[in-house]
Structures are given as C-alpha cells and as structure tokens.
Design a protein around this ligand. Structure first.
Ligand SMILES: NC(=O)c1ccc[n+]([C@@H]2O[C@H](COP(=O)([O-])OP(=O)(O)OC[C@H]3O[C@@H](n4cnc5c(N)ncnc54)[C@H](O)[C@@H]3O)[C@@H](O)[C@H]2O)c1
Length: 444
C-alpha cells in the first residue's frame, strides 16, 4: 500500500486524511498550524465533521501528522494539497497558499529520487495549473512535470456534514492530469479508496478546472430556481412548492437534489464558486447572465425575508433566529442565511436573538454586535414576537407547541424549511412557511 501525505488539515483535509487511513493507507498529515498537527497526533479531530472522531481513533495506527515538509514528502508516494484558496475582491480565488505549499514541496523534490505524485485538491481558478502551479513546481524542483514528477488536479465534490460518506462514495472521480502515468497512479489510488465503483474521468488540467467551478455554479442555479418557485407558490391560492418540486424532481433530466424552495444558499463553497464562475467568464469576455441572476436571486432573498420579518415585529419586539450554520449538522456559519438575516434585521432593531445547536460560537465573529447570542434554544424563544427557523436541524423539528406557549404571546412562527406540522402549532403561534400559500399571515 502507498503512503499518502495530506497538506492542509482543515474541513476537507482532516476527513480526507482519516478516510485514507480507514481504507488501509498509511497517512502523514501536514499543516503549518502546529496546534492542528498536535490535535491529530493526540487523535483529536481539528474540525467538526460527523464520524470524524471515530474514524481518527479507529485508524490512529496509520495516521501521523507533522509540520515538517521533508518528513511528509520523503515519507510518502502521493501528496494531496488541500489548503485554502480564499476569494479575492473580484470574485476569483487566491492561489497564495497553494503556491506556498508547492514551493515547500518543490524544494524537497529536488533531492527525492523516487517518483512522486502531487495532487492539487484545493479549488482553483481555471488556468492555475498550467500558468502558475506547473511553472513554479518545475522552477523550484528543477524537475520536469509529467516526466520526473507527476501532477494532477483532483477536486473533491463533497458537502460538509457528509464529507466521509461523499469521499467514499462519490458520483464520479475527476482527474486533471499532467500525463497518463500520473493519471493512472491516481486512478489506481481511487480504485482502492472508494467504496463504490464510481466512474473515473481523466482529462487535461483546464477542463477539470472548468468542470469544478461549473458544477457548483450549476447547483446554485438549481437552488435559486427552486427558491423562485417558492416565491411564486406563496403568491397563488393553493400554491405549495414542495408538491411542485417533488414532482419536478422525478423527471430524470432534473433530479430532486438541491431542489427545495427555501432560504438562500451559503457556506464556504457555493456562493464563492458561482462568483468565481462569473469572474472567469467575464475574463474571457463571455457573458454569464444565468450565474449572475443566480447570485442576485440568492442575495435578494435574504433582503426580502428580512423586510417581511421587519414588517411583522411590533415596536420594541423580539425576533428569535434559530439556525446560524449554513445547513444542519455543521458548525460552519460562513455566508449562512441565518447570519445574513440576523445582521440585516439588526440594522433596524435591537432585540435580535439567535441560537444554533453547534454554530453559535463560529457565527459570533460574523454577527453584528447588536445580535444577542442566546444561551439555549429556550432562552432564544422566550418572549419572542417572531421566531425564524433558518435551518433544518433536528432540534428545530423537535420543537413542541408547549415550547412556544409559555408566556401568553402568540408569536409568528416563520418556518423557512417547512420542518414543522402547521396544524400542531396553530393554537400557540401564527404559522407561516416559505412557499406555502395556505400559511399566509393574518396581516397579509
Ligand atoms: N470545505 C469544503 O466544503 C470544501 C469542499 C470542496 C473543496 N474545498 C476546497 O478545499 C480547500 C481547503 O478548504 P478547507 O475548507 O478544508 O480549508 P480550511 O480553512 O478548513 O483548512 C485549510 C488548512 O490548511 C492549512 N494551511 C494553510 N496553508 C498551508 C500550507 N502552506 N501548508 C500546509 N497547510 C496549510 C491551514 O492551517 C488549515 O488547517 C479550498 O480550496 C476549498 O475551496 C473545500
């Protein structure tokens, strides 16, 4: 079995490292952050991801971590680079951390005799491999990519909260390759790594780079379309977006994933990948009105909802936002609908309370100082005039009518993901759901 090194042990790198070990590979993790390395060596996951603690513990004999590039590169056959590629102001991705990792790896490869394969997994802008990464690697290592050393671009198509399952059972594996030998080595790795028999598609760098950002841009388009349908259904007597999207999704040309009319998409990938797609098209002087409209629909939706909430809150009233992570089962709050709405409301109001089962702490630096973080869900709900369910955590599905009925108030309950049964709450709250005309508010 080959030994794998993983450079960058964050939200994707840590689960990838543990999953490699679970499939029998020896793995050396490397991170510039000493505390992340120490955590891994103490078998403590540095990030919150379901199943990760168990996977690291169970496979600890095959996992070690270091900050030393020489140890990681000389001790392994394949290196995956999974470092951040932050968005720049114009919507592109910065390659500075990838290039810094390439520089460190290149130095070690100068002296390494055995063939080594480097795999870039970070999301990068199209053109990065050929124009930046190959030239730097060849310059620093003094070796020729595709002959002396191998190079692949191999992004993962995972969703936080189900990273391990997604890694093990991908719909497909995509390999952008410098040459056949490199692609072959990586394909063989995936034949052992994946639990399913997913197709492996191999291509040149540029097509793999375009596919990566196109995929997320397409998914965001689907989400914005479903969210538009929800607004249409809300306006028409009898309209129910779930009935429409469930039927639509049965058509195999459409499919049911990411087709639930609800809140704006968020998180560390979708918004920025779609913006990167727009940027890329613009650079080529190709207009991409679909991607632009998708982004606009997404942004407008948060404003529309904030306006609606504002119109329902009495002067001095309290709003409770439940859900700050960008989706359930993760503590990641980046660009989440809950955070956006809380911040928009706080521009006009004082009494905005928010709570999340996991993301209260991670959301804190993203929230306006005028938003109060509640200590518990009960604390958040107490005396609220409007309650907004902004993500579909199980904890919110478990809210009981009695949890709302404590203070003789009949709050407005805005169920943005339709996780509750309207009939159960009609005595204790004015129930409203996105995309469901029958739940129109009394004042509308
Ligand atoms: N998180 C996701 O859902 C997801 C999904 C698909 C793709 N990606 C892509 O994967 C990449 C990593 O994302 P993430 O969410 O895991 O990032 P992250 O911020 O969670 O973690 C990145 C890690 O890399 C380390 N690092 C930074 N520079 C380094 C260097 N030069 N050498 C070694 N370590 C270094 C950091 O200390 C950090 O621990 C990004 O390009 C992202 O777009 C992420």
């Amino acid at each position: 079995m080959q030994t794998i090194s993983v450079v960058g042990l964050g939200k994707l790198g840590s689960p990838f490292l543990a999953t490699c070990a679970s499939r029998g590979f020896n793995v050396i993790g490397l991170d510039v952050n000493r505390s992340v390395v120490d955590l891994i060596n103490r078998t403590v996951p540095p990030v919150d991801e379901p199943g990760l603690p168990q996977l690291i513990k169970k496979n600890r004999a095959r996992i070690r971590a270091t900050t030393d590039y020489s140890e990681a590169i000389n001790g392994s056959d394949i290196t995956f680079i999974i470092v951040p590629t932050p968005s720049t102001k114009d919507g592109a991705f910065s390659n500075k951390y990838v290039l810094s990792a390439i520089q460190s790896i290149g130095k070690i490869l100068t002296y390494k005799k055995k063939f080594h394969l480097i795999v870039v997994t970070s999301t990068i802008m199209p053109g990065s491999m050929d124009n930046e990464i190959v030239p730097l690697l060849e310059k620093i290592s003094g070796k020729k990519v595709g002959y002396d050393i191998g190079l692949c671009y191999n992004p993962e198509f995972i969703a936080l909260g189900s990273v391990i399952q997604n890694l093990l059972n991908p719909d497909f594996v995509m390999i952008g390759q410098s040459d056949d030998k490199s692609g072959e080595i990586l394909e063989n790795f995936y034949r052992k790594f994946c639990q399913n028999k997913s197709p492996v598609v191999r291509m040149n760098f540029i097509n793999a780079e375009i596919t990566k950002i196109a995929l997320n841009s397409y998914i965001t388009t689907k989400i914005s379309f479903a969210n538009t349908l929800a607004q249409i259904c809300e306006k028409i007597p009898g309209g129910d977006v779930d009935q429409v999207t469930k039927a639509l999704g049965l058509d195999s040309r459409i499919g049911n994933k990411y087709l639930k009319g609800a809140l704006p998409y968020g998180g560390p990938c979708f918004p920025r990948d779609n913006r990167a797609f727009i940027h890329f098209a613009k650079k080529l002087k190709v207009s991409s009105p679909i991607a632009v409209a998708t982004d606009k629909v997404n942004n407008d939706l948060a404003y529309k909802l904030a306006e609606k909430i504002n119109s329902q809150v009495p002067p001095g009233g309290k709003v409770a936002i439940l859900g700050l992570s960008y989706k359930k089962d993760t503590d990641v709050a980046e660009e989440s609908a809950g955070v956006k709405i809380a911040n928009l409301l706080s521009q006009k109001r004082n009494h905005i309370y928010a709570w999340d089962p996991k993301a209260t702490n991670t959301a804190k630096p993203l929230l306006s100082s005028k938003v109060t973080l509640a200590k518990s869900m009960k604390d958040c709900l107490a005396q609220a005039d409007v309650i907004v369910i902004a993500s579909d955590w199980q904890e919110f599905k478990d809210i009981k009518p009695g949890d709302l009925a404590s203070d003789n108030k009949r709050p407005i309950l805005m169920d943005c993901w339709r996780v509750l049964d309207p009939l159960k709450y009609k005595n204790v709250a004015q129930y409203w759901a996105i995309g469901l005309e029958s739940t129109k508010l009394e004042s509308e």
